[in-house]
Design a protein around this ligand. Structure first.
Ligand code: AMP
Ligand code: MG
Length: 324
């Protein structure tokens, strides 16, 4: 069975194709604003302009035609409403024309499932840190439960904001990482963790106030050390509470080398195992949507046309995880 997955929750228009045995294609185009953050209408326009090309490239990478596709999955939410429309419209059209099942996918759950597929983690506590979401998620009694999360903005969004204040373009995470790698010096900032929840907007303000007083490299390094320690501490608390032996790191911020190092150290110290997917499956991609579609389809799920509206605020714990 070949499943095509379309991702368009925010900056990336990604189209992937998977079968049970193999990842057959992973094509994407990423919207990079010249200035500022992600403008919803401009990002959606970018996805619309690139959609047919990404689709063509994906089919040619897999050496398949649309006729060979057995089901089509799309990112139904959460995400930027204008962007969500693009994958929904494409998927509905392909499903209707080729008379194949349509499956609306929760983007957060797709990040977890591609993480477990590519790392062979079995039942991890997941730290999902991206541009729009930051959550600690555990599977329990038929659902993925959010046991900790940001109380304000996502970690990736915080990095993007701080980078902009330091004069760097979007996405800011890699820029902050480059700056931070140039120093070992840290200045003290607040430590934004409350139980298994965390928050970053105060930390961004505090870091911003140090501009012109402290070197940018030191600001970046201090921000990373405080913010990453906070999420790793919350993750460890969640693992301890559940007696969990596995941690999974996913989302765009999971591409960060320092965060990868910290999760490895924490797991090593408590005799647990850290699972970190290859970088191309941490950032938003179509493969994760296709893979989640495959799992859900095999468990008997399908999305009726009348239920295929975008869900910009869809939380992962609203969904019965029939595929586990
Ligand atoms: P996603 O929404 O999952 O695609 O993740 C996008 C977010 O990941 C953006 O906020 C980026 O700034 C962030 N990001 C990408 N690469 C890195 C990196 N190397 N370090 C930290 N954050 C990163
Ligand atoms: Mg994401």
């Amino acid at each position: 069975m070949n499943v095509l997955g379309i991702e368009s929750t925010a900056h990336t228009l990604g189209i992937g194709i998977v079968s049970e045995e193999e990842i057959l294609a992973n094509q994407k185009q990423m919207f990079s604003p010249e200035k500022g953050g992600i403008h919803p209408r401009k990002a959606a326009e970018f996805h619309y302009q690139n959609a047919m090309n990404v689709l063509k490239n994906s089919l040619s990478e897999a050496d398949l035609e649309l006729d060979d596709i057995d089901a089509v999955a799309f990112s139904q939410g959460p995400g930027i409403p204008q962007c969500l429309d693009i994958s929904a419209v494409m998927a509905r059209k392909i499903s209707g024309k080729y008379e194949i099942p349509l499956i609306g996918i929760n983007h957060c759950l797709a990040h977890i499932s591609i993480g477990t597929r590519t790392t062979n983690a079995e039942n991890p506590t997941t730290l999902y840190v991206s541009g729009g979401n930051s959550q600690i998620i555990q599977y329990r009694n038929g659902r993925y439960r959010i046991v900790g999360e940001t109380l304000d903005i996502a970690l990736g969004n915080a990095l993007d904001k701080l980078a902009r204040k330091l004069g760097h373009p979007h996405p800011g995470g890699p820029e902050i990482e480059n700056l931070a790698e140039q120093t070992k010096e840290i200045v003290e900032m607040s430590y934004p963790v409350k139980g298994m929840d965390f928050s970053f907007s105060g930390l961004v303000t505090e870091a911003q106030r140090k501009i012109n007083k402290v070197d940018n490299e030191v600001i970046a390094n201090s921000f990373q050390e405080h913010a990453y320690s906070a999420v790793i501490e919350a993750l460890e608390r969640a693992m301890s509470q559940e007696n969990s032996q596995e941690a999974l790191l996913t989302g765009g911020v999971a591409m960060n080398n320092r965060l990868r190092e910290m999760i490895n150290i924490m797991c090593e110290e408590r005799g647990a195992k850290a699972f970190i997917p290859p970088k191309e499956y941490c950032m938003d991609n179509g493969v994760m949507i296709a893979h989640q579609g495959l799992l859900e389809l095999k468990s008997g799920k399908e999305t009726k046309l009348k239920n295929s509206d975008k869900r910009p605020n869809w939380r992962p714990d609203e969904i019965e995880a029939t595929w586990i």
